[in-house]
Design a protein around this ligand. Structure first.
Ligand SMILES: Cc1cc2nc3c(=O)[nH]c(=O)nc-3n(C[C@H](O)[C@H](O)[C@H](O)COP(=O)(O)O)c2cc1C
Length: 174
């Protein structure tokens, strides 16, 4: 039994590859239908407790987008309500609306999953506050502004402007 991990099923990681159609290869019990594709994640979840799960149902990173993916997540997300999750976390770079999901990935997850939802993907304090006020998520994860501003929280509290993120900054962190 494993306790306390996250980020297992988004952004091209192993379990994400079972959830999205771009895997192409699975002709076994883990491929070919919504139920089969969701099954390996449910098997893993049966073996863990206190898990926080990251999902990216639109396959925007490393895997090809395929709108049939919605049916996999329509099947999977209601099943997640039966697990004692800490949260389900949107795994997006930009949490923008997708017509086939009827909104952002976070809004879509919120509609089908009853537990704590963490929105992520391009939010700042203003847009994050709006998402919380709309009830689309319980918490907001903010990543790149934190890389660019290790003092981000003090700056936001004292209304100072934030340094913009640039990938070049990552070299200075090593
Ligand atoms: C340098 C960097 C590394 C990242 N590594 C991962 C990762 O390993 N796994 C993952 O799911 N997302 C990863 N992400 C994506 C972030 O978790 C997040 O989804 C993304 O940055 C959007 O949030 P933001 O707009 O608040 O930055 C990474 C992002 C950056 C900038």
């Amino acid at each position: 039994m494993v306790q306390g991990f996250t980020q297992v099923a988004a952004n091209g990681y192993l379990l994400d590859q079972f959830l999205l159609w771009d895997t192409k290869g699975h002709k076994d019990q883990w491929g070919g239908s919504e139920e089969n594709m969701a099954h390996i994640l449910l098997e893993v979840l049966d073996a863990v407790t206190q898990v926080g799960l990251r999902l990216s149902p639109v396959g925007y990173l490393h895997l090809e987008h395929d709108e049939r993916g919605r049916a996999v997540f329509d099947y999977l997300l209601p099943k997640l309500n039966h697990y004692p999750f800490a949260y389900v976390h949107t795994g997006m770079l930009e949490d923008t609306p997708y017509p086939h999901l009827g909104g952002t990935v976070t809004q879509y997850i919120r509609r089908l999953y009853d537990g704590t939802v963490i929105a992520c993907g391009g939010y700042d304090t203003d847009s994050g506050r709006q998402v919380l006020q709309q009830g689309d998520a319980d918490l907001i994860a903010i990543v790149r502004p934190l890389f660019a501003n290790p003092d981000c929280i003090e700056k936001v509290r004292s209304n100072q402007s934030l340094t913009s993120y640039s990938a070049d900054m990552l070299d200075t962190l090593i």
